[in-house]
Design a protein around this ligand. Sequence first.
Ligand code: NAD
Ligand code: 13P
Length: 344
Amino acid sequence: FTKERVCLIGSGNWGSVVCKIIGQNVLKHSNQFEPEVRLWVFEELFNGEKLTTLINREQENPKYLPGHKLGPNIKATPDLLEACQDATVLVFVLPHQFVPSVCDKMTGHIASNAKAISLIKGLEINAEGVTLFSEEISRRLGINVASLSGANIANEVAEEKFCETTIGCKGEEKEGEMFFNLFNTPYFRVNVIRDSAGVELCGALKNVVAVGAGLSDGLGYGSNTKAAIVRRGLLEMRKFGQTFFGDVVQTETFFESCGVADLLTTCMGGRNRKVSEAFIKTGKPIDVLEKELLNGQKLQGTLTAKEVNEFLTARNMVKDFPLFTTVYRIIYQGLEPEAIVRDI
Ligand code: NAD
Ligand code: 13P
C-alpha cells in the first residue's frame, strides 16, 4: 500500500482555502496521505516579491487569501511539472478559461496511477458541443476525474463558518471515501453522490443566474424579484442538464449543496452578483469592473453566459432558455437591463 501524494493545480481565492483544508486533512489521515501537499502557483509578483516565495515563507497567500495560514506542510511551486510529478491525487481548482492551456502542459507528465477531482465551476462549451471539465481533463490526461461543488464562498469557508459541499464520484466506493477524507471537516461537510455530471453542471450554470441576480440588485429590485430569478434559473439549469446530458443528471442533485444552496449563496454574496450589480450602477464594462473590484480574481458567470449562448444559438434554442439568453444580451449586446424581468 502506497500513500496518496496530493497536488493542487491552482492557488486563487478558492484554491488557497481548499489548500488549507487539504493540508490539515492529510496530516489527520496520515495513514492514507503523504504529509507534503504541493501547490502549483501561476507565478506573479506581489509587492515586488514572487508569490511562491511569499507563500513558502509566510505560509499564506497574501494576494488571494490574506490573513489565513495555509499550514507548514504546503510547498508552493511555479513549475507545473514539478508540482504534479509523482502525484497520485490531482485537485484542479482554476478559473475555467485557463484549464485547456494548463492540461496541455501536463499531458504525458503525470503518474499512471493518478486520479483527479475538479473544483472548477464552468463548462468547456462552444458551438460544437458542451463538455464537463471532468470529462475534458479525463480525455486529455487519461485518468478518472471526480467533481466537487457546493455553496462555498471561499472567504466564509476560510473563516471556518459552517457549510456543506457535494462530491460527485462515479468511480469505486473507495475513491469516494478517499476524497471524503481529503475534504471533509466539521465546518466543511461533504456529501458524496454518484451524479458527477449534475454536480458540475450546477456549479457552472448557477454563475449565469447569479449575474441575473446582480443585474436585478443593480436596478434596485427587491428580494421577491431576485427569488423569481433564482427560481427560473433553477428550472433552466435542470432543463439544460436534462436536454443535453439526459437522465445521467438527476433531479435530486439540484437539492444538494451544489444545487439550490450554491445558487442561493452565489446570488446573495458572490463575485458574479457583485460585479453585475456594479455593471448597472456604474455603466463600466465588465472587464474593467473585474479588475477594479476583484484584485486579480476571475469572473466565471459572464463568460459562461457567452459560451452557453453560442451553444444554444448553434442549436436554434435560445428561446428555450430565456433567462440565460437575457443575461447574455444585457451584458454583451447592450439590451436594456430592465429586460431581466420583462424578457424572462
Ligand atoms: P480566482 O478567481 O481567485 O482566480 C485567480 C487565479 O487565476 C489565481 O490563482 C491566478 O494566479 C490564476 N491565473 C491568472 N492567470 C492565469 C493563467 N493565465 N493561467 C493559469 N492561472 C492563471 O480563482 P478561484 O477563486 O480559486 O477559482 C477557481 C475555480 O473555483 C473557479 O471555477 C471558481 O468558480 C471556483 N470557485 C470559487 C469560489 C470562490 O468563492 N472564490 C468558490 C467555489 C468555487
Ligand atoms: P462567485 O464566483 O460568484 O463568487 O461564486 C463563488 C461560488 O462558487 C460560491 O459557491
